[in-house]
Write a protein that binds this ligand. Sequence first.
Ligand SMILES: [Zn+2]
Ligand SMILES: [Zn+2]
Length: 123
Amino acid sequence: MGWAIGYDTRLRRDVGYGVPAICDDPECAEEIDRGLAHVCGGAPFGGDCGCGLHFCGKHLWHGEDAQVCRRCLGEQEAFTPKPDTPEWMRCKLEHPTWAEWRAAEPEEVARIRAALAEAPACA
Ligand SMILES: [Zn+2]
Ligand SMILES: [Zn+2]
């Protein structure tokens, strides 16, 4: 299964290989996408054994059943999800394909605008 853009209702963020992101490991700044190749658990939203966060190749361990991050590998609490990239937030605010979503989700639009206002200008 593969899709360009989906929505993780548990983590409340966009997922899919069409979504640019930063590795969710707090010590990492690798640019990835939120496709299945990067998801902890190896299945949409993390499947049965992952947290559903997204990591670069250096921060996913490939076990017998699935790929998982180091927190899930050690059965620890998941990392705090990183915010969406400014690039992605701007896309949602400006791109025509998101017009319908913007009309339906005014609160989310306001939240993203506020988050973008706080983002460093040179990010
Ligand atoms: Zn995990
Ligand atoms: Zn990483």
